[in-house]
Design a protein. Sequence first.
Length: 372
Amino acid sequence: MPESPHEYPGPLIEQVRAAAAARTPLRIEGGNTKAFYGEPVRGEPLLIAGWSGIVSHEPSELVVTVRAGTPLAELEAVLAEQGQCLPFEPPHFAPGGTVGGMVAAGLAGPARASVGTVRDYVLGARFINGRGELLTFGGQVMKNVAGYDVSRALAGSLGQLGVITEVSLKVLPFAPAEATLVFELGQHEALEQLHRWGGQPLPINASCWVKDDTQASAPELLFVRLRGAVAAVDAACERLLREAGGTRMDNAQAGPDWAQCRDQRLPFFTASSADLCLWRLSVPQTAPVIPLPWAQLIEWQGAQRWLWAPTSAAGEIRTATAAVNGHATVFRTGADGAPGVPRFDALSPTIKAITERLRTEFDPSQIFGQPA
């Protein structure tokens, strides 16, 4: 139900109402650290970075409520003081990212395959719809939802339903123990090991297989991060090293490496040519090696695969990915902006119909998410 606008900065609601009346598009801006992601949109900027602050944090209840313009780094620092974290490891990409942008983008880091993604931790949200109404959905506790869970639908919506102003999130304590193992394995062998280990009760939290250099002599490495109880992590380390060889990394070195993987600052994520796009392939964890002629970095126990390729390869990439029941996204464009190439695969008729109904309900004047 709509709430009184006096609880929020008047200019935000007034700007949305004025835009709706004039049918003028708006472009929601927070820290702009993820502006590259998704289809380009146009409109007058609607700035949320100033609407910040942690509304409440109940460490014993594992719940935090925070305003959308709050810097993500600020929230993570407050949680860390209480030994807590956002377990899905949202990427920062650059300084200044906001909590609202984190939810709207719906992106998760290396631990996503084992702990879930952003929407799994959204308990409730407040947002301004395309009519300029302030709406509240969900709450501060996990519970069954009758009907459509709108607060979680906001995760990954890229601002197409409205302006997120506040969100309640479930948080978790830091794991008691952590270890990173590294194995020298080719892509096929690495995937086989991950598939085998995935069917066993092991505390595998994240994985990354990479070959930065396409030279035949370059090592192909699989990194596996374990998190959980001390005894469980130690036992798993002993078992995996016995089964596949490898070594255990020092956590002081591994921690920054995983952060670089999360924020795409590893050498792999530097394009060798300005005309290349960064493609993200989302596939089942058990998918085999995808026969494409470009080097790959593989995360999420096989479910997320990255590669650099030109836009002219869109058909080849999407056909190969669809063959293993996956889909391909242009995550970052090259210097030409990838004209004529959709960033995302086409939605199925069912998902497309649901998406259009939601957008019509919440933003009837279509002021959000207008293509550039």
